[in-house]
Design a protein around this ligand. Structure first.
Ligand SMILES: C[S@@+](CC[C@H](N)C(=O)[O-])C[C@H]1O[C@@H](n2cnc3c(N)ncnc32)[C@H](O)[C@@H]1O
Length: 367
Protein backbone atom coordinates (compact mmCIF):
# COMPACT_ATOMS: atom_id res chain seq x y z
CA UNK A 1 0.00 0.00 0.00
CA UNK A 2 1.38 3.40 -1.01
CA UNK A 3 0.83 6.49 1.13
CA UNK A 4 1.12 10.12 0.14
CA UNK A 5 3.60 11.74 2.53
CA UNK A 6 5.10 15.16 3.21
CA UNK A 7 8.51 15.72 4.82
CA UNK A 8 8.76 19.06 6.62
CA UNK A 9 12.23 20.53 6.01
CA UNK A 10 13.79 23.76 7.28
CA UNK A 11 13.70 26.30 4.41
CA UNK A 12 17.18 26.45 2.88
CA UNK A 13 17.87 22.74 3.39
CA UNK A 14 15.48 21.30 0.77
CA UNK A 15 18.26 20.37 -1.70
CA UNK A 16 20.23 18.54 1.00
CA UNK A 17 17.13 16.79 2.34
CA UNK A 18 16.45 15.49 -1.18
CA UNK A 19 20.06 14.35 -1.57
CA UNK A 20 19.85 12.52 1.77
CA UNK A 21 16.54 10.92 0.87
CA UNK A 22 17.83 9.69 -2.50
CA UNK A 23 20.92 8.22 -0.82
CA UNK A 24 19.28 6.54 2.17
CA UNK A 25 15.62 5.88 1.30
CA UNK A 26 15.50 5.71 -2.51
CA UNK A 27 12.31 3.65 -2.93
CA UNK A 28 9.96 6.67 -2.68
CA UNK A 29 8.17 7.67 -5.89
CA UNK A 30 6.45 10.84 -7.22
CA UNK A 31 8.97 12.96 -5.30
CA UNK A 32 8.42 16.72 -5.54
CA UNK A 33 10.39 19.40 -3.68
CA UNK A 34 8.56 22.53 -2.50
CA UNK A 35 9.66 25.39 -0.25
CA UNK A 36 9.89 23.92 3.23
CA UNK A 37 9.31 20.30 2.30
CA UNK A 38 9.28 17.26 0.06
CA UNK A 39 6.11 15.49 -1.09
CA UNK A 40 6.34 11.81 -2.09
CA UNK A 41 4.64 8.41 -2.18
CA UNK A 42 5.96 5.40 -0.27
CA UNK A 43 4.93 2.36 1.79
CA UNK A 44 5.06 1.68 5.54
CA UNK A 45 8.53 0.09 5.43
CA UNK A 46 9.75 3.35 3.93
CA UNK A 47 8.06 5.32 6.74
CA UNK A 48 9.95 3.25 9.35
CA UNK A 49 13.27 3.55 7.51
CA UNK A 50 12.84 7.30 6.95
CA UNK A 51 12.15 7.96 10.63
CA UNK A 52 15.21 5.98 11.77
CA UNK A 53 17.63 7.07 9.04
CA UNK A 54 16.87 10.56 7.76
CA UNK A 55 18.66 13.20 9.83
CA UNK A 56 17.46 16.37 8.06
CA UNK A 57 13.64 16.50 8.06
CA UNK A 58 11.79 17.98 11.04
CA UNK A 59 8.81 15.66 10.77
CA UNK A 60 6.83 13.48 8.35
CA UNK A 61 3.12 13.92 7.67
CA UNK A 62 0.66 11.50 6.14
CA UNK A 63 -1.76 13.11 3.69
CA UNK A 64 -5.15 11.87 4.84
CA UNK A 65 -7.79 13.83 2.92
CA UNK A 66 -7.97 16.60 0.37
CA UNK A 67 -11.16 18.33 -0.72
CA UNK A 68 -12.57 21.69 -1.72
CA UNK A 69 -14.58 23.47 0.98
CA UNK A 70 -16.20 26.90 1.16
CA UNK A 71 -18.68 26.55 4.05
CA UNK A 72 -19.02 24.96 7.49
CA UNK A 73 -21.87 22.49 6.64
CA UNK A 74 -19.70 21.00 3.88
CA UNK A 75 -16.71 20.78 6.25
CA UNK A 76 -18.85 18.97 8.83
CA UNK A 77 -20.40 16.64 6.25
CA UNK A 78 -17.05 15.63 4.70
CA UNK A 79 -15.30 14.99 8.00
CA UNK A 80 -18.17 13.20 9.73
CA UNK A 81 -18.31 10.77 6.77
CA UNK A 82 -14.53 10.16 6.94
CA UNK A 83 -13.31 6.73 8.18
CA UNK A 84 -11.35 8.01 11.17
CA UNK A 85 -10.85 4.45 12.43
CA UNK A 86 -8.17 3.90 9.80
CA UNK A 87 -5.87 6.61 11.16
CA UNK A 88 -6.99 7.58 14.65
CA UNK A 89 -5.53 6.07 17.82
CA UNK A 90 -6.83 8.57 20.41
CA UNK A 91 -10.33 10.15 20.46
CA UNK A 92 -9.10 13.67 21.26
CA UNK A 93 -6.36 14.60 18.80
CA UNK A 94 -4.74 18.02 18.64
CA UNK A 95 -5.40 20.27 15.66
CA UNK A 96 -3.05 22.70 13.92
CA UNK A 97 -5.27 24.80 11.66
CA UNK A 98 -4.08 27.40 9.14
CA UNK A 99 -5.94 29.21 6.35
CA UNK A 100 -4.78 31.32 3.42
CA UNK A 101 -6.86 33.14 0.78
CA UNK A 102 -10.00 31.11 1.60
CA UNK A 103 -13.64 31.67 2.43
CA UNK A 104 -13.19 29.72 5.70
CA UNK A 105 -10.69 31.79 7.68
CA UNK A 106 -11.82 31.51 11.32
CA UNK A 107 -9.44 28.87 12.67
CA UNK A 108 -11.27 28.55 16.03
CA UNK A 109 -14.60 27.82 14.33
CA UNK A 110 -12.96 25.44 11.86
CA UNK A 111 -11.46 23.45 14.73
CA UNK A 112 -14.80 23.40 16.55
CA UNK A 113 -16.56 22.08 13.44
CA UNK A 114 -13.92 19.40 12.95
CA UNK A 115 -14.25 18.27 16.58
CA UNK A 116 -18.04 18.03 16.19
CA UNK A 117 -17.68 16.09 12.92
CA UNK A 118 -15.21 13.69 14.57
CA UNK A 119 -17.51 13.17 17.56
CA UNK A 120 -20.41 12.36 15.21
CA UNK A 121 -18.21 9.93 13.24
CA UNK A 122 -17.04 8.17 16.40
CA UNK A 123 -20.63 7.59 17.51
CA UNK A 124 -21.14 5.50 14.39
CA UNK A 125 -17.73 3.80 14.38
CA UNK A 126 -16.38 3.69 17.97
CA UNK A 127 -12.65 3.66 18.46
CA UNK A 128 -10.75 0.67 19.86
CA UNK A 129 -10.02 1.22 23.56
CA UNK A 130 -6.29 0.55 23.15
CA UNK A 131 -5.59 4.23 23.76
CA UNK A 132 -6.93 3.87 27.32
CA UNK A 133 -5.32 0.51 28.06
CA UNK A 134 -1.94 1.46 26.61
CA UNK A 135 -2.00 5.13 27.54
CA UNK A 136 -1.47 6.48 24.00
CA UNK A 137 -0.73 10.18 23.55
CA UNK A 138 -3.11 12.24 21.41
CA UNK A 139 -2.06 12.50 17.76
CA UNK A 140 -1.71 15.81 15.94
CA UNK A 141 -3.54 16.59 12.71
CA UNK A 142 -2.58 19.49 10.45
CA UNK A 143 -5.48 21.18 8.66
CA UNK A 144 -4.41 23.59 5.91
CA UNK A 145 -6.92 25.48 3.80
CA UNK A 146 -5.37 27.31 0.84
CA UNK A 147 -7.52 28.87 -1.90
CA UNK A 148 -10.52 26.90 -0.50
CA UNK A 149 -8.71 23.56 -0.80
CA UNK A 150 -8.40 21.67 2.47
CA UNK A 151 -5.57 19.24 3.20
CA UNK A 152 -5.85 17.08 6.32
CA UNK A 153 -2.54 15.51 7.37
CA UNK A 154 -1.59 13.28 10.28
CA UNK A 155 1.73 13.85 12.03
CA UNK A 156 3.58 10.52 11.93
CA UNK A 157 6.57 11.68 13.96
CA UNK A 158 5.55 13.09 17.38
CA UNK A 159 8.52 14.85 18.97
CA UNK A 160 10.45 16.50 16.10
CA UNK A 161 12.98 14.28 14.38
CA UNK A 162 15.91 16.43 15.47
CA UNK A 163 15.26 15.07 18.98
CA UNK A 164 17.31 11.93 18.48
CA UNK A 165 16.51 10.54 21.92
CA UNK A 166 20.00 9.83 23.22
CA UNK A 167 21.51 13.14 24.28
CA UNK A 168 20.16 14.77 27.42
CA UNK A 169 23.07 17.11 28.29
CA UNK A 170 22.87 20.40 26.38
CA UNK A 171 25.08 23.48 26.64
CA UNK A 172 24.01 27.03 25.92
CA UNK A 173 22.71 27.76 22.41
CA UNK A 174 23.10 24.21 21.08
CA UNK A 175 22.74 23.76 17.35
CA UNK A 176 19.72 21.76 16.22
CA UNK A 177 20.78 18.27 15.24
CA UNK A 178 19.20 18.48 11.78
CA UNK A 179 21.12 21.68 10.99
CA UNK A 180 24.36 20.11 12.22
CA UNK A 181 23.80 17.07 9.99
CA UNK A 182 23.02 19.27 7.00
CA UNK A 183 26.22 21.29 7.44
CA UNK A 184 28.22 18.06 7.80
CA UNK A 185 26.81 16.82 4.47
CA UNK A 186 28.19 19.99 2.87
CA UNK A 187 31.51 19.77 4.72
CA UNK A 188 32.28 16.16 3.79
CA UNK A 189 31.06 16.27 0.18
CA UNK A 190 33.73 14.79 -2.09
CA UNK A 191 36.27 14.10 0.68
CA UNK A 192 37.89 10.89 -0.62
CA UNK A 193 39.37 9.34 2.53
CA UNK A 194 38.75 9.29 6.26
CA UNK A 195 39.90 12.38 8.14
CA UNK A 196 39.75 13.61 11.74
CA UNK A 197 36.81 15.94 12.52
CA UNK A 198 37.45 18.75 15.01
CA UNK A 199 34.97 21.13 16.61
CA UNK A 200 36.99 23.83 18.44
CA UNK A 201 33.96 25.23 20.37
CA UNK A 202 31.91 22.05 20.61
CA UNK A 203 29.51 22.80 23.52
CA UNK A 204 27.23 19.74 23.65
CA UNK A 205 29.22 18.18 20.79
CA UNK A 206 26.27 18.11 18.41
CA UNK A 207 28.48 18.17 15.30
CA UNK A 208 30.53 15.26 16.57
CA UNK A 209 27.62 12.98 17.50
CA UNK A 210 25.79 13.83 14.27
CA UNK A 211 28.91 13.02 12.24
CA UNK A 212 29.23 9.59 13.87
CA UNK A 213 25.49 8.86 13.60
CA UNK A 214 24.83 10.24 10.12
CA UNK A 215 24.26 6.83 8.51
CA UNK A 216 23.33 4.90 11.68
CA UNK A 217 19.68 3.90 12.13
CA UNK A 218 18.66 5.39 15.49
CA UNK A 219 16.37 3.44 17.80
CA UNK A 220 16.44 5.55 20.94
CA UNK A 221 12.92 6.96 20.78
CA UNK A 222 9.38 6.17 19.69
CA UNK A 223 7.38 7.82 16.89
CA UNK A 224 3.72 8.84 16.73
CA UNK A 225 2.96 6.44 13.83
CA UNK A 226 3.65 3.41 16.05
CA UNK A 227 0.21 3.70 17.68
CA UNK A 228 -1.75 4.34 14.46
CA UNK A 229 -4.22 1.57 13.48
CA UNK A 230 -2.54 1.10 10.08
CA UNK A 231 0.78 0.38 11.78
CA UNK A 232 0.18 -1.30 15.15
CA UNK A 233 2.18 -4.45 15.90
CA UNK A 234 4.81 -3.96 13.21
CA UNK A 235 8.49 -3.73 14.05
CA UNK A 236 10.52 -0.51 14.14
CA UNK A 237 14.00 -1.95 13.83
CA UNK A 238 16.59 -1.63 11.07
CA UNK A 239 19.82 -3.59 10.67
CA UNK A 240 23.06 -1.71 11.40
CA UNK A 241 24.83 -0.27 8.39
CA UNK A 242 28.48 -0.13 7.39
CA UNK A 243 28.01 3.21 5.63
CA UNK A 244 29.52 6.25 7.32
CA UNK A 245 30.83 9.73 6.67
CA UNK A 246 34.59 9.75 5.92
CA UNK A 247 35.44 10.33 9.59
CA UNK A 248 38.41 8.62 11.20
CA UNK A 249 38.01 10.12 14.66
CA UNK A 250 36.15 13.05 16.24
CA UNK A 251 37.68 15.51 18.66
CA UNK A 252 35.94 18.34 20.53
CA UNK A 253 37.29 21.35 22.41
CA UNK A 254 35.56 23.95 24.57
CA UNK A 255 36.58 26.31 27.32
CA UNK A 256 33.62 25.20 29.45
CA UNK A 257 35.16 22.31 31.39
CA UNK A 258 32.09 21.60 33.52
CA UNK A 259 29.93 21.08 30.45
CA UNK A 260 32.57 18.99 28.65
CA UNK A 261 32.85 16.63 31.58
CA UNK A 262 29.10 15.93 31.54
CA UNK A 263 28.94 15.60 27.75
CA UNK A 264 31.96 13.29 27.69
CA UNK A 265 30.43 11.11 30.44
CA UNK A 266 27.17 10.80 28.52
CA UNK A 267 28.59 10.33 25.02
CA UNK A 268 32.00 8.71 25.56
CA UNK A 269 33.50 11.25 23.13
CA UNK A 270 37.05 12.58 23.25
CA UNK A 271 36.63 16.17 24.52
CA UNK A 272 39.28 18.55 25.86
CA UNK A 273 39.15 21.81 27.76
CA UNK A 274 40.86 24.45 25.66
CA UNK A 275 40.76 28.09 24.62
CA UNK A 276 40.34 27.79 20.87
CA UNK A 277 41.86 31.23 20.28
CA UNK A 278 45.06 30.33 22.11
CA UNK A 279 45.79 26.58 22.02
CA UNK A 280 47.00 24.73 18.94
CA UNK A 281 44.30 22.26 17.82
CA UNK A 282 46.03 20.52 14.92
CA UNK A 283 45.94 16.74 15.67
CA UNK A 284 49.06 16.01 13.57
CA UNK A 285 47.18 14.32 10.71
CA UNK A 286 44.71 15.49 8.03
CA UNK A 287 41.61 17.00 9.59
CA UNK A 288 38.52 19.07 8.85
CA UNK A 289 37.07 21.59 11.28
CA UNK A 290 33.52 22.82 11.84
CA UNK A 291 32.43 25.49 14.30
CA UNK A 292 29.26 27.18 15.52
CA UNK A 293 30.81 29.93 17.66
CA UNK A 294 29.02 32.12 20.22
CA UNK A 295 27.37 35.04 18.41
CA UNK A 296 27.42 37.28 21.48
CA UNK A 297 23.62 37.15 21.83
CA UNK A 298 22.72 34.28 24.15
CA UNK A 299 26.37 33.49 25.02
CA UNK A 300 28.26 36.63 25.95
CA UNK A 301 31.73 37.20 24.54
CA UNK A 302 34.30 39.66 25.78
CA UNK A 303 34.81 42.78 23.66
CA UNK A 304 33.13 43.27 20.30
CA UNK A 305 31.69 40.07 18.86
CA UNK A 306 33.12 40.98 15.45
CA UNK A 307 36.67 41.10 16.74
CA UNK A 308 36.28 37.81 18.68
CA UNK A 309 34.90 35.98 15.64
CA UNK A 310 37.46 37.53 13.32
CA UNK A 311 40.31 36.55 15.67
CA UNK A 312 39.01 32.97 15.97
CA UNK A 313 38.64 32.62 12.19
CA UNK A 314 42.13 34.06 11.57
CA UNK A 315 43.66 31.70 14.12
CA UNK A 316 41.96 28.58 12.72
CA UNK A 317 43.07 29.33 9.15
CA UNK A 318 46.58 30.60 9.88
CA UNK A 319 47.64 28.39 12.85
CA UNK A 320 45.54 25.18 12.87
CA UNK A 321 45.10 24.93 9.07
CA UNK A 322 42.40 22.29 8.55
CA UNK A 323 41.84 20.79 5.09
CA UNK A 324 38.36 22.34 5.20
CA UNK A 325 36.77 24.72 7.66
CA UNK A 326 32.99 25.12 8.07
CA UNK A 327 31.81 28.20 9.98
CA UNK A 328 28.26 29.19 11.02
CA UNK A 329 27.96 32.92 11.60
CA UNK A 330 25.25 35.62 11.63
CA UNK A 331 24.68 36.85 8.07
CA UNK A 332 25.14 40.50 9.10
CA UNK A 333 28.86 39.69 9.52
CA UNK A 334 29.30 38.22 6.05
CA UNK A 335 31.85 40.80 4.91
CA UNK A 336 34.24 40.09 7.82
CA UNK A 337 35.40 36.78 6.39
CA UNK A 338 37.05 36.90 2.98
CA UNK A 339 39.23 34.13 1.49
CA UNK A 340 42.82 34.42 2.72
CA UNK A 341 45.73 32.47 4.27
CA UNK A 342 45.86 30.11 1.26
CA UNK A 343 42.17 29.14 1.46
CA UNK A 344 39.39 29.46 -1.11
CA UNK A 345 35.68 29.77 -0.41
CA UNK A 346 34.11 26.44 -1.37
CA UNK A 347 30.49 27.05 -0.49
CA UNK A 348 27.95 29.37 1.11
CA UNK A 349 24.50 28.47 2.44
CA UNK A 350 22.10 30.97 3.98
CA UNK A 351 19.19 30.10 6.26
CA UNK A 352 17.59 30.94 9.59
CA UNK A 353 18.83 29.37 12.82
CA UNK A 354 16.28 29.90 15.61
CA UNK A 355 14.97 33.10 13.98
CA UNK A 356 18.45 34.51 13.23
CA UNK A 357 19.72 34.81 9.64
CA UNK A 358 22.96 32.81 9.46
CA UNK A 359 25.46 31.91 6.76
CA UNK A 360 27.26 28.59 6.68
CA UNK A 361 30.55 28.93 4.80
CA UNK A 362 33.16 26.35 3.93
CA UNK A 363 36.76 27.28 3.07
CA UNK A 364 39.20 24.80 1.56
CA UNK A 365 42.97 24.89 1.93
CA UNK A 366 44.73 25.35 -1.41
CA UNK A 367 48.31 25.81 -0.28
C1 LIG B 1 27.08 28.31 20.27
S1 LIG B 1 27.94 27.29 21.40
C2 LIG B 1 28.28 25.84 20.46
C3 LIG B 1 27.14 24.94 20.50
C4 LIG B 1 27.42 23.60 19.91
N1 LIG B 1 27.56 23.66 18.47
C5 LIG B 1 26.28 22.67 20.29
O1 LIG B 1 25.51 22.24 19.45
O2 LIG B 1 26.12 22.45 21.50
C6 LIG B 1 29.50 28.04 21.49
C7 LIG B 1 30.48 27.34 22.43
O3 LIG B 1 31.73 28.02 22.33
C8 LIG B 1 32.38 27.92 23.57
N2 LIG B 1 33.45 28.94 23.56
C9 LIG B 1 33.33 30.28 23.58
N3 LIG B 1 34.55 30.87 23.53
C10 LIG B 1 35.45 29.86 23.44
C11 LIG B 1 36.85 29.82 23.33
N4 LIG B 1 37.58 30.94 23.32
N5 LIG B 1 37.46 28.60 23.25
C12 LIG B 1 36.73 27.46 23.28
N6 LIG B 1 35.38 27.44 23.38
C13 LIG B 1 34.75 28.63 23.46
C14 LIG B 1 31.28 28.13 24.59
O4 LIG B 1 31.65 27.58 25.84
C15 LIG B 1 30.11 27.38 23.90
O5 LIG B 1 30.02 26.05 24.39
Amino acid sequence: MQYRLFLIVLPGLEDLALEELEAKCPSATEVAVTKGGIELSADLDWVVAAHCLLKLPTRILLRVQEFRVRDFPKLHQKLSAFKWNEVLSHPEPQWEVSCTRSRLMHTGRIEETIREALAAALQRQPLSLDWQKKNYSPQTFYVRIVDDNLTLSLDLTGEPLYKRGHQKIKGEAPLRENLASAFLMDLFRGIPEDVVLIDPMCGSATFLTEALDFHRPLHFRSFAFETAPFFKGKLVRLPPTTRKLPVKRVLGFDRNGELLEKVAAESGLELRVSDALVDALNPGEEFVMICNPPYGERIKIAGQRGSFLRAAWEKFLSVDRPKRFGWVIPSDMDDLFRPSHGYRLLQERRLRNGGLAVTFRIWERIS
